[in-house]
Ligand binder design. Sequence first.
Ligand code: RIB
Length: 305
Amino acid sequence: MRFLNFGSINIDYVYHVDHFVRPGETELSEGERGTFSGGKGFNQSVALAKAGAEVYHAGKISREDSFLLKELESAGVRTDFIQQVGMYTGHAIIQVDTTGQNCILLSAGANHTMTETFIDEVLGHFGAGDVLLLQNEINRIDSIIEKAHARGMTIVLNPSPINKPLLSYPLDKVTCFLLNEIEGQELTGRSDPAQILERMQIQFPGCAVVLTLGKDGVCYWDGKERGRHGIYDVEVVDTTAAGDTFTGYFLACRYQHQETIARALEKASIASSLAVSKNGAAASIPLLADVHAYQDKLPYILPNV
Ligand code: RIB
């Protein structure tokens, strides 16, 4: 099987701040501005590839930013389906505070120039047995889901960043959701994690749901099998792309390497813990060898429930 990640590519401009800028406030950032490759799509492709998966990225960037292709290729991602267009590459303005938390402002740019012709051209190379991965940073997600489903592809959705239009997409065609509590609440109207998992099974019977819970770790439920994993006690430098690292590693472990739910949750948790201890988005994603090297070595915090 192959992964097709139809997703965003951004350039991230990162500013270290004492606190997030408040309405009406002007704040001076600390140190130099960081410039990194990112985008939820880009990061998840890099994580998949570093975790040993065969991954093709489809998306659009500016003609001027070929360095992004080189970065993907050097991480092991196939770039055959990335078009360079006459529109600026999507970018993100990211504030990182002293606790390593971030807030992100996006400008879609080329990420919102997907056309039906381009979608048909890309999907024509994939079919049953292949896995389509989507986030919510490109346009025409609804159409991509419909067309990929008609081709027999397995569809995985990370509904991030969540917004109203996403709720009307054909989500019944999604096989696996990877989401956080806020996204789970938007999709189900429930805030309690156990209820989110229950409601997801009622709304989308048989789907696999990976629900990340911040400091409470992660839980999993697909209607038959449950999973639970805590977090690791590491120094937090920058949380950007921690979720993307988790997504890429979990999917590579499950779909490419056919590992158990427990093992996939463990490896994805180690990978995202290593990612938060480094600056940047894609640049912070660890290699599989590092994840293996840290297995059983990081201080583990048992989940509450
Ligand atoms: O998930 C982190 C990513 O979100 C950043 O790289 C930024 O580009 C935004 O898409």
